[in-house]
Each structure stands twice: as C-alpha cells, then as structure tokens.
Design a protein around this ligand. Structure first.
Ligand SMILES: [Zn+2]
Length: 298
C-alpha cells in the first residue's frame, strides 16, 4: 500500500454554524458542527423540542435510501446526509458531531462547494492515531439488473462511473477520477443534484423535492438543460459525489478502484454492507502483515 494514502484521524478545532433549505422538506435546517473525541466517529444529533438525540453514522442506521440517505436511531431521522459525508470522507474528518435543527442537511447550491468554502479558513485537529483504511485485497461486486458496483485492488483510491439515460442531452456519461482532495475540490464537489422536469410532480406528491429550485438543482427537460450545467458531464460527477458520501457510512477510508454503472443509494448501501461484512472478518494480524508487505513495494 502506498503510505501516501494513510492519514491520521482528524476532527475540527472550532464550532462551525451553517443553515439552509432542505431539498426534500423545503424547510430551513440549522446545523452546528462540533469537535469530537478520538474514535467517536461521525455522529449526528437531532435537536427537536429542546431535546437532543444522537444517531451514529454507520450502514446499520440507514433508514431510507429513496432519493437520499436518511439515518435514524429508531426515534428521530435525519435525511440528505450524503453530500456532507462526502466532504468529511475526502477531507479525512473521522470524528465530528453534527447537530441538526430540522429534518435534513441543507442542500445549499446542490453541490458541496459552499461547505468547502466555509471550511477554507477553519483549522482541523489532527490526532496521533492513524485512520487505518480498508485496503481492498480481492474484487468485490454487486449487481442488480444492468446496475453494478465493483471494487478491485488498487494502490490509489480511484473511481470510474458510467450513467446512461435515454435522453438526447445526457445520453451516456463516463467519468474517472483519483479520489484525492485536490481532484475532489476541482472536479467533483461543484457538481449539483440533478432532476428531470417530468419527475417533479411525482416527487411533490410524495413530499419530496419541495425545496428544489433552479438555485440548487440542475433541471432537465425532455430535450435540454433548463439551467446552465457546470460541466458537460455534471450528472455523472454528481453521482460520484453521492457515492463517496455513501462509502463514508463505513467510517473508514477504502483504498481500491471502484467501477460503477448506474447505481443509486440502495445498491450503494447493499455494497457497503458487503464490504463491511467481508473486512470485519479479516484477521487484524493478517491485515497488518498485508499492509507491511504492500508498503514495501514503494
Ligand atoms: Zn446528491
């Protein structure tokens, strides 16, 4: 393994406040990000009626994968966490508390750029402990119809993603990136949520997308974009952003090459559970031995 991809655990130094509209609820949510103790992981705290209820980020606490990832502790639920989680994952923030007043994380401009801007002047606290990654040592895959996710061993964390729509503008989009911070900031973070105009009435009937607008969504009619795309292939880039957020549910970085076609949150979650199951049974001693061997290659 390339030691370049192993980082120390990290939290934030100061409290960060932010607010914005939720894309599905259409209501304003306030969030407060707080430093956390080493090994406490990423914890959301739902604040309602003067009460607080913690929900730990892990695949087992996912309560809904329809249109967004929701987490629940059986009592309260917090939705649309995936964009914020993608930021934590790429910036290596392993331990943090996210207090939420509202039902979901704000959508901001549909991308994660505004959070990156907020953090551009904030400091992180680096712990001495390493955030030991899951190094993929054998291929793992999952498929459902023509959708699939495969991860193969790789010295660098990478992602290759394909989407296809029977649509004159989108057609097939393919993107391939290294999962590095600089690449994320430039190529992935600005990509916004996208929606088809024809789906809006269905979404609204199901109380979804109530906060959606041209200010936070790339809107697509039957034959064109209704607002200016930030990239020619913005849709597939946003799918990558979502996937990174879903992988963050594991609570550990993964070093491997993800090859994905037309996935969504539900398949992502099943895949993540598979990785967790496989890697929780690998003997720690063997894993360290493997890492030592792999690191001698560089
Ligand atoms: Zn998204």
């Amino acid at each position: 393994m390339n030691k370049h991809h192993i980082y120390n655990k990290k939290t934030i130094e100061d409290v960060v406040y932010s607010d914005g509209i939720g894309i599905h609820s259409g209501k304003v949510s306030k969030i407060r990000l707080l430093p956390a103790d080493l090994n406490s992981g990423i914890v959301f705290i739902s604040k309602k009626h003067g009460m607080k209820s913690p929900i730990k980020v892990c695949p087992e606490n996912v309560s809904d994968t329809k249109n967004a990832i929701s987490l629940s502790n059986g009592k309260w639920q917090i939705s649309t966490i995936e964009h914020l989680l993608s930021f934590f994952y790429i910036f290596g923030i392993s331990d943090i508390i996210v207090e939420v007043e509202g039902d979901e994380i704000p959508i901001y401009d549909g991308s994660i750029n505004p959070i990156i801007d907020i953090f551009s002047e904030k400091k992180f606290y680096i712990f001495e402990e390493l955030n030991e990654p899951i190094q993929i040592i054998n291929p793992i895959w999952i498929f459902e119809g023509d959708k699939f996710i495969l991860v193969i061993p790789s010295e660098e964390p990478m992602i290759s993603y394909t989407i296809h729509y029977n649509h004159p503008v989108i057609k097939t989009q393919f993107a391939h990136f290294s999962l590095e911070k600089d690449v994320f900031i430039k190529e992935i973070a600005p990509a916004r949520t996208y929606t088809f105009l024809k789906d809006i009435s269905y979404l609204h009937k199901n109380s979804l997308g109530l906060g959606g607008s041209l200010n936070n969504t790339l809107l697509i009619s039957d034959d064109s974009y209704l607002n200016e795309p930030r990239f020619e292939d913005e849709c597939v880039r946003h799918k990558i952003l979502d996937f990174i957020g879903d992988i963050a549910l594991l609570g550990k970085p993964v070093i491997g090459h993800f090859i994905i076609s037309k996935s969504g949150h539900t398949l992502d979650l099943n895949f993540i559970k598979k990785i967790k199951e496989i890697y929780s049974t690998i003997d720690i001693g063997n894993k360290i031995d493997f890492m030592k061997k792999a690191s001698t290659k560089i």
